[in-house]
Design a protein around this ligand. Structure first.
Ligand code: PGA
Length: 243
């Protein structure tokens, strides 16, 4: 089932999504939050920090599991997703660092890194709410359009254009990550609830394809049509084709 919150703008989208996460934490203080990076969720993390500063939420028992991490970057590297999460949320709230989980970017053995992350996810006992963004090509996390849906954590080779786009953040091209570890589609689908956030008119076409079109691994997010509990929170531009 899919529920849609169509909001006027990015600010309202962020507010609504933060409220839903707040509700989750209030209902279950030791809940498992599946978290995401990217530009879309930054506003909702800001709101959550605001709620924390106003004593409306306590993260002390919350457990988190992030979707992905670059292979080869340590948590202190400014381009790592761990660093992103520290900057935008973890360092600003009272979360216990032992309760934070991301794939281990420093593990060189990809099979080991992926298998270990699958165990981490399993041991958490299920994700209560998984936050997701959507890529322009319908990717979720680093699961790109493909011939099949991925299952557990996998190691993805970044596309040439992603590597080129990222190179501006690194001192030399050799330092740019070529691979990333990502939670698989089947693991994402096991989350009890999905919260997808999306904004801007550039995402309107892919939202239509993913949620009103055919279910196909060529549009990875389309599989969410079969999930029992999806909440989409978007601005009116991204949700142009939705009621
Ligand atoms: P964005 O990325 O939030 O930076 O648009 C979304 C995604 O690629 O999952």
């Amino acid at each position: 089932m899919i529920r849609i919150y169509k909001e006027d703008n990015y600010e309202q989208m962020s507010q609504r999504a933060a409220d839903l996460i707040l509700a989750q934490i209030l209902l279950k203080p030791d809940c498992v939050l599946g978290l995401a990076t990217g530009s879309t969720p930054i506003g909702l993390y800001e709101k959550l920090v605001e709620y924390y500063n106003n004593n409306r939420v306590d993260f002390s028992q919350v457990r988190t599991v992030n979707l992905d991490e670059y292979k080869g970057l340590d948590p202190n590297h400014p381009q790592s997703y761990h660093y992103f999460m520290n900057q935008n949320l973890f360092s600003k709230v009272n979360i216990d660092e032992n309760n934070i989980n991301l794939p281990n970017g420093m593990e060189e053995d990809s099979m080991k890194a992926c298998a270990e992350y699958d165990v981490v996810i399993e041991n958490l006992g299920g994700i209560d709410i998984q936050l997701l963004g959507i890529g322009h090509n319908g990717h979720i996390a680093f699961n790109e359009p493909a011939e099949y849906f991925t299952k557990g954590t996998n190691c993805v080779a970044l596309t040439k254009s992603t590597i080129e786009a990222n190179s501006r953040f690194f001192a030399s091209p050799d330092e740019v990550p070529k691979y990333a570890y990502t939670m698989g589609i089947a693991s994402i689908m096991k989350a009890k609830r999905i919260l997808l956030v999306v904004n801007s008119k550039e995402k309107a076409d892919i939202m239509k394809e993913a949620f009103l079109g055919n279910i196909t691994p060529k549009v990875p997010a389309s599989i969410l049509q079969t999930h029992p509990d999806v909440i989409i929170v978007g601005d009116s531009e991204a949700l142009r084709d939705f009621e």
